[in-house]
Design a protein around this ligand. Structure first.
Ligand SMILES: [Mg+2]
Length: 185
């Protein structure tokens, strides 16, 4: 049996993107995110976080801090009826990173590596899955991976929308629940 995934970018979708967030006291959850993750959990979708974390590569914080914050977030979702199945992150950056982290990584969005690993690890049906991101690079990664529905969370209309089937702009996170219930908001 295959499982559908709700892929979530982290910064700008789960938490307000204040820039290189790495501690709980920096986290402001985006309105509607708990409702959305709980709705996906109830519907037996796997919620998978896919996040570029070049702040690690830049030396702003470490893998331990990232992992601790991920666990803290998981616990907040659990308190609100939501399950995070997995968290994938890419610490690399092609230019602006410490030598150990400076490389063009196939995981860094818009590359699709994290999504493809999640598919293999969790047995996901990507064509039946949904991704929510706040940047066109999130949607591009999902397009390359073959994710069926690619939603740009862009309340202020900052970004142009790719002219592709399966793409839509959303202005509030609970709108995504319509896609979980069978195609379209
Ligand atoms: Mg983002």
């Amino acid at each position: 049996m295959t499982v559908r995934a709700l892929f979530l970018d982290r910064d700008g979708v789960i938490n307000v993107d204040h820039g290189y967030v790495h501690r709980p006291d920096q986290v402001d959850f985006v309105p509607g995110i708990f409702e959305l993750v709980a709705a996906a959990t109830t519907r037996h979708w796997s919620v998978v976080v896919v996040t570029n974390q070049s702040g690690i590569g830049r030396g702003y914080y470490g893998e331990d801090e990232f992992r601790d914050l991920s666990e803290w977030m998981r616990a907040r979702f659990a308190e609100n009826g939501g399950n995070i199945a997995a968290v994938y992150h890419c610490p690399h950056h092609p230019r602006d990173a410490l030598p150990d982290y400076r490389r063009a990584c196939p995981d860094r969005k818009p590359e699709p590596g994290m999504l493809l690993r999640a598919r293999d690890d969790l047995g996901l049906d990507l064509a039946g899955s949904v991704l929510v991101g706040d940047r066109p690079s999130d949607l591009e990664a999902a397009c390359r991976a073959g994710v069926g529905a690619r939603l740009l969370f862009d309340p202020e209309g900052r970004w142009p929308l790719p002219d592709e089937a399966g793409v839509a702009r959303i202005r509030a996170l609970p709108e995504v629940i319509g896609w979980l219930d069978g195609g379209g908001g």
